[in-house]
Design a binder for this molecule. Structure first.
Ligand code: HEM
Length: 141
């Protein structure tokens, strides 16, 4: 194929434009927005449902509310256009006496949920990084 300057420039602008869009878009947008977050949260609830160790914690929990508030929280930590309207992590998890083991297991279930929703690993890491600061507000309370 012959070298064609206008085409080469157009290609370059296209590639650069793509990079610029990607670096300026939020993690929320890169994930795929509300529908992907809701897929992750639905998968997460299924993971919990089938986990003998974690399910007992959720006995008596309001799952519809959990889904809604967790979706908001994931949206916020990925810089999506949402507001978190739930209770603080400390308020919610106090009295559950969550151990490090059960916390880590729950994070594994969230990773399973993201894998099943085909979230690329670099994006999974960004979601986990966003949620990580909440850890200290949940353990042994
Ligand atoms: C990745 C870490 C976690 C995050 C981001 C998280 C986030 C949340 C959120 C947003 C809610 C709803 C708050 C509200 O209703 O206002 C919630 C509720 C709940 N969480 Fe967590 N959580 C985490 C870890 C855990 C762990 C490790 C357990 C137990 C093993 C747990 C057990 C629960 C239960 C049982 C509820 C429902 C409480 C109820 O409806 O009465 N969470 N969590």
């Amino acid at each position: 194929m012959k070298f064609n300057l206008p085409n080469a420039l157009a290609l370059l602008l296209f590639v650069l434009g793509g990079c610029a869009t990607n670096s300026s878009s939020t993690v929320y947008e890169q994930l795929g927005g509300a529908s992907k977050v809701s897929e992750i949260v639905d998968n997460f609830v299924w993971e919990i449902e089938y986990d003998e160790q974690i399910l007992p914690y959720f006995e008596g929990a309001n799952i519809d509310r959990f889904k809604q508030k967790l979706s908001e929280q994931i949206c916020v930590v990925t810089n999506g256009p949402c507001e978190y309207t739930g209770d603080t992590m400390q308020q919610v998890h106090t009295g559950m006496n969550i151990t490090e083991h059960h916390f880590n297991r729950t994070v594994d279930l969230l990773i399973n949920a993201m894998n099943k929703a085909n979230v690329p690993h670099p994006l999974q890491n960004k979601v986990l990084k966003g949620l990580a600061p909440t850890r200290k507000d949940m353990l042994y309370l």
